[in-house]
Design a protein around this ligand. Structure first.
Ligand code: SF4
Ligand code: SF4
Length: 428
C-alpha cells in the first residue's frame, strides 16, 4: 500500500474518504478512539520506514501545494463543475467549515442550485483551528485570481473575500490585487464566531440561512481560502499531468495534518505536520512538556473535546491540542441560573440557551422544535459567558441533533446518548 492511497470510501453524507497515512503492509482492522468517537474501526498498517522517510521528503517538499511565488502564475484552466468535482475527489480535498467536509461533495451540491454569491474566507478561527493558516500576503494575487476563476465557473453574481480588518497589510494587498476585478474585499472585525459560514453569509449578503440548513440553501457558497487554493492547484496540476495517478506529486493533505500543540503544560506552543492516526501520546512525547498534563483537549478552548486517555489518535479534523496542567485545569461547578440573560444576549443566532437546556434536561424534543435548536452554530459562547457555569452549549447541541433526527424516530435515543467526553470530562 502506498501513502495517500484511498483505503475507505465515504458512503454517507458528512463522512470523509480515508487514505493511507504511510506506505506499508496492512495487517488488520482494529478499533481506535478519536476525540469525538470511541471504537472507530481503523486499518492497521505496518509502516515501511524506508518508504515513509522518502514520502516525508516527497510530501514535505513537492506536494501539490507549492511555494507562494509560482502559484497560479499562468491562467487557470477553464473547466466545468464536473471537472472541479473530479479534481476535488481525486485529491481528497476537505473544506473545514463549519466542520470538515468533502470539498467534492460540497461542490457537487452546488449543481442544480442557484448559487448567487461566493464567499472566500481568510478569517482565522478559534486557537489556530485552520488546517494550515490563512494565506500569506504573497498569496493574495493568487487568491484573487482563484476566487475570480471559481466565481466564473459557478456563474455567481458576486464574489467576496472576507479578511480580518486588523491585518491591515493583508487587506491592502488584497485590495490592490482585486482593483481591476469584480471581487469585493470585505474587511471584517474577526469577533468569534464571525467566521462561521452562516454568519459570514448573513453579514455580507444579507441572506439568512434556514435553521439547520447550510448556506447553499440561501444561495451562498462559503469556502476556506485554503480549500480554494488547493482546488486551483489540483486542477492546474491535472491540466499539466493528465494522468495524475502515476505522475502527480503526492498531495500532503491526504497523509498528514498540521497540528498545533499549546497550553500551560507546554514549554512553548509548537506546530507539527503529523500523519493521520498518530497517537496524542506520541505527539506529546516530542512536544516539550513543562508540567505533567492533567487534561488534553482536541480543538479550541470553546468547542474542544477533552480526551480520557492519550492513545486517542489524530484525524483529519485534528488541528489543535490544548494541554492543561494541574494548576490550569479547572472543572466548572454548575450552579443555579441567575437569569442574567447573557447567554441569550451573546448567542450569535439569537437562541435562548437557558430555555433549551431546560428542555434538554427533560428530553422534551417536541417543545424544543419551536425554539429552533437546529440553528445552533455549536460555537460554545453561551457556556463560556454563563456565570453559573451551566453546560448550555452541550444541552443545545444534544437537542439540536434530536430535533434534526425527530423525523427518523431516533430523537429519544439521541437524548440519552451523551458524547464520550467533553470539556468537563476526560481528565487524565
Ligand atoms: S453554542 Fe450556544 S451561543 Fe453558540 S449558537 Fe449554539 S446556543 Fe448559541
Ligand atoms: S447566562 Fe447562565 S445564568 Fe445567565 S441566564 Fe443564561 S443560563 Fe442563566
Amino acid at each position: 500500500m502506498e501513502a495517500g492511497q484511498r483505503i475507505a470510501k465515504a458512503t454517507v453524507p458528512g463522512a470523509l474518504d480515508v487514505h493511507a497515512p504511510a506506505a506499508g503492509r496492512v495487517t488488520g482492522v482494529v478499533a481506535v478512539d478519536t476525540a469525538w468517537r470511541s471504537n472507530v474501526p481503523a486499518v492497521r498498517i505496518e509502516v515501511d520506514i524506508g518508504r515513509f522517510e522518502q514520502d516525508v521528503v516527497r510530501y514535505g517538499n513537492a506536494g501539490v501545494v507549492r511555494g507562494a511565488g509560482d502559484r497560479h502564475a499562468t491562467e487557470l484552466p477553464s473547466v466545468d463543475l464536473d471537472a472541479l468535482v473530479a479534481a476535488a475527489e481525486w485529491a481528497g480535498l476537505i473544506d473545514f467549515q463549519p466542520s470538515p467536509t468533502s470539498l467534492a461533495e460540497c461542490l457537487r451540491q452546488t449543481g442544480g442550485r442557484r448559487i448567487a454569491q461566493l464567499i472566500v474566507n481568510t478569517l482565522a478561527g478559534d486557537l489556530a483551528c485552520l488546517p494550515a493558516g490563512p494565506p500569506s500576503r504573497q498569496d493574495c494575487n493568487a487568491l484573487v485570481r482563484a476566487a475570480d476563476w471559481l466565481g466564473r465557473i459557478l456563474a455567481v453574481e458576486r464574489v467576496w473575500i472576507a479578511v480580518d480588518r486588523a491585518d491591515r497589510a493583508m487587506v491592502r494587498s488584497l485590495r490592490v490585487a482585486a482593483r481591476h476585478s469584480r471581487i469585493a474585499i470585505a474587511a471584517l472585525v474577526n469577533k468569534y464566531p464571525q467566521r462561521a459560514p452562516v454568519l459570514l453569509a448573513h453579514r455580507l449578503t444579507g441572506r439568512a440561512t434556514p435553521p439547520g440548513a447550510g448556506t447553499l440553501d440561501a444561495g451562498v457558497l462559503v469556502l476556506e481560502a485554503q480549500s480554494l487554493m488547493q482546488l486551483a492547484d489540483v486542477v492546474q496540476e491535472r491540466q499539466r499531468q493528465p494522468d495524475p495517478a502515476t505522475s502527480a506529486p503526492l498531495p500532503s493533505w491526504l497523509v498528514c495534518g498540521v497540528v498545533t500543540v499549546a497550553g500551560p503544560a507546554m514549554e512553548k506552543a509548537v506546530t507539527y505536520s503529523v500523519p493521520f492516526g498518530t497517537s496524542f501520546a506520541h505527539i506529546l512525547s516530542h512536544a516539550g512538556l513543562k508540567h505533567t498534563p492533567r487534561r488534553v483537549i482536541e480543538g479550541g478552548p470553546l468547542t474542544g473535546r477533552a480526551v480520557g486517555h492519550l492513545d486517542v489518535v489524530t484525524t483529519k479534523r485534528t488541528s489543535t491540542l490544548l494541554v492543561l496542567d494541574r494548576a490550569s485545569d479547572r472543572v466548572p461547578v454548575p450552579g443555579p441560573c441567575i437569569r442574567c440573560g447573557w447567554c441569550q444576549d451573546d448567542c450569535p443566532v439569537g437562541l435562548d440557551p437557558r430555555a433549551l437546556l431546560n428542555l434538554a434536561e427533560r428530553a422534551d424534543v417536541s417543545r424544543a422544535a419551536a425554539l429552533y435548536p437546529q440553528a445552533c452554530l455549536e460555537c460554545g459562547v453561551c457556556s463560556y459567558v454563563c456565570p453559573a457555569e451551566l453546560p448550555l452549549a452541550e444541552g443545545v447541541m444534544t437537542l439540536k441533533r434530536a430535533v434534526m433526527n425527530a423525523g427518523s424516530g431516533n430523537a429519544k435515543k439521541m437524548m440519552h446518548h451523551q458524547h464520550d467526553s467533553s470539556l468537563t470530562g476526560g481528565s487524565l
